[in-house]
Design a binder for this molecule. Sequence first.
Ligand SMILES: [Zn+2]
Length: 347
Amino acid sequence: MEPPSAFWASSLASVPGVWVSLPVALPSRRDRVTARGRAAEEATDSWSFGTWAAAGATALSLRLPLRPSRHQRGNAVRERAGLATTTRLAKSKDTNKKGNYQAKARPGQQPKTELAPVPQYELSEVFSLDVECVAVGKTHLKSDRAPCSFALVDGYGAVVMQTLIQPSTPVLSRRLSNLEALSPGELNGSRAVSLERAIAELKAKLPRRAVLVGQEPEGDFGWMQLTQGVDFRETLNLAEVFTNSQGMVFSLRHQARVLLGKDASKGVHDPSWDAKVSVELYRKASEASEKELAALRDKLTSKEFWPPKHSLARECGYQIDGVCLSMYGADHCICGKPTVTPNIKKR
Ligand SMILES: [Zn+2]
């Protein structure tokens, strides 16, 4: 068993009176990672001390589930029906604005979680939507962001539309979406349309049978006020597709760098880049055999690509132009608003 890491030790140290009551056998790093991945899977009605200790990180952060979650109840139903259960992906607090796990765990651990296969869709049904935002307020809250640009790419990788959106409220920072290259007047110029018009044009281009693939696509379609079942059929979250057997989740940038050999260019951020690599990643995963897909997931933690590059939020110290970017962790928050736990929904 390994000694406790600095992270573990500091977590304990920050809870006076708790650490002294723990036995010497602290969970190893592997146990903790497993615990994170498994915490939501564990039965919650009979917690032995060993179970408690293994999920210590979760318990200490007061996220110990007190009753089976909707996911667990769903799994119980699936089990009774003889169906494979799904794995809920646990996340650490160290996630970026899109909820991508900035993994701290070590590669090369034993498989622990069951992974779902990738659904097969007709490419004519596949689309990817990426929306970029600017800050219109100083907090990390979603209410202080406004969409400023989006791209829609089809299943063959062609850009169906790409539009600049003129925010209706004054912009505090245009750098949140790496839009440094846009001049201050550009969002107000003739190329930019109102959000209402952008939404209407997007809805006109998006078929109702569309499947939106992307990294946490809920955020993107939410910004464009699209409704599942009305404006499109369903979504596929790449963060889930490429979650590895330890429950580790990776950013779109990391997935693209490792699996496609593509790096996002610095400076000009182009939402069509995100949308295009999302489609490519989906195609790569859907065309892979089960074994090949496992190999793709393993490659994400290979030594060659480890550790992953930091998120944009982390790179800039979780703040830009006085705007707080620390939505998922209180440690770096400068605005004092409540932080949120990202949610990956099961397929
Ligand atoms: Zn904040």
